[in-house]
Design a protein around this ligand. Structure first.
Ligand SMILES: NC(=O)c1ccc[n+]([C@@H]2O[C@H](COP(=O)([O-])OP(=O)(O)OC[C@H]3O[C@@H](n4cnc5c(N)ncnc54)[C@H](O)[C@@H]3O)[C@@H](O)[C@H]2O)c1
Length: 316
């Protein structure tokens, strides 16, 4: 039986990936230390389907502490999604957390991977490595120039993956996700904040004038890219994972209002340092080599996230 390890399995994307791998018949070992990045009960809830599965095992532990050799020795694939996400808090004293969970944890995992005999090691990189690129859409060839400390740590971790691939033949593939959304989205992310505010009749805060645009990718499409990364050719190991759903924050707020039937009141605050003005990715490389093409439109994806939020909140 194929054995896959998912780090960050209790997180937003990692929990969906674990569910998908279980549905594909894999044995799945999820690793998560339930960091305080957001409430533990939300992460526990993300795992409610996987936890009952006979082929799922959860290691509640930190990548910097646990015996990784013992876990990786019999594994076929590692999906490395554990990390400290979020751009705005990455300035200042919080940077130590980003260094630890994004760079040091990745290096320790790669050290164990070089001693194991993995078929694939898929890393969750980020569009934030590009920063404010001069030309859009960005391709994998665009010069990475992150504009946030978070982006710097993701880029460093991605370089570590490429380095261990070159030097030790660890079969790494890096997927640069462009703003994932959908059910279980982290509570501080825009769509989740907007839907939640609409549900509770609260005002939302927008940083900047709302004309900034984002390239959103529905979580099932991100998961699909991870699965397809198992077939990545030997000579192409870094891919943009983007959905072709570019929208401005102001238009997104309107879409959320249409979806919930309750228009949102908006308060504008100065733009936050480290926020990218526009993100737009070119996914031709992933289309060509992984056969990846996103399936979910923004309207359908936001509606799915709204249905999930209403159902999950009514249960708590
Ligand atoms: N969600 C997005 O839009 C997006 C975009 C680009 C990149 N990414 C990357 O994808 C990955 C998953 O993102 P997400 O939105 O699901 O985040 P998330 O915060 O929901 O999940 C990350 C999980 O990793 C765990 N974790 C952190 N440090 C750990 C450690 N040292 N040991 C064990 N577990 C640890 C956390 O407890 C958390 O449950 C992250 O690496 C993130 O940087 C996400």
């Amino acid at each position: 039986m194929t054995k896959s390890i998912v780090t960050g399995a209790a997180g937003f994307v990692g929990s969906h990936l674990a569910d998908r791998l279980l549905a594909m018949g894999h044995e799945v070992v999820g690793i998560d230390s339930f960091t305080d990045s957001y409430a533990r009960h939300l992460k526990e809830r993300n795992l409610s389907d996987a936890k009952g599965h006979e082929r799922f095992q959860l290691i509640d532990g930190d990548l910097l502490d646990i015996d990784l050799d013992a876990l990786l020795v019999s594994a076929d694939h590692v999906f490395h999604l554990a990390g400290q996400a979020g751009v705005r808090p990455s300035w200042g004293s919080q940077f130590a957390v980003y260094l630890r969970n994004n760079i040091a944890a990745t290096q320790r995992l790669l050290e164990a991977a070089k001693r194991a005999e993995l078929r694939t090691f898929v890393f969750a990189s980020s569009s934030s490595i590009y920063g404010n690129a001069k030309r859009l859409p960005v391709t994998e060839e665009t010069l990475p120039q992150p504009v946030s400390p978070y982006g710097v740590t993701k880029l460093a971790a991605e370089h570590l993956c490429s380095l261990y691939h070159r030097v030790y033949r660890v079969p790494t593939v890096s997927l640069r996700y462009f703003t994932a959304y959908g059910p279980r989205q982290r509570p501080e992310m825009a769509i989740q904040r907007f839907l939640f505010a609409s549900m509770n009749g609260e005002q939302v805060t927008v940083f900047g004038d709302g004309t900034q645009t984002r390239d959103f990718t529905f979580v099932d499409d991100v998961v699909e890219a991870n699965v397809r990364a198992l077939e990545a050719p030997a000579d192409e190991r870094i891919f943009n994972v983007c959905g072709g759903s570019r929208i401005s924050v102001n238009d997104l707020i309107e879409l959320v209002g249409e979806t919930t039937g309750k228009p949102l009141a908006v308060q504008y605050e100065p733009a936050a340092k480290g926020d990218t003005l526009h993100t737009l990715g070119d996914n031709s490389l992933a289309q060509q080599h992984l056969g990846f093409s996103p399936k979910t439109s923004l309207a359908d994806g936001v509606a799915a996230q709204w249905r999930w939020l209403v159902t999950s909140e009514s249960r708590h």
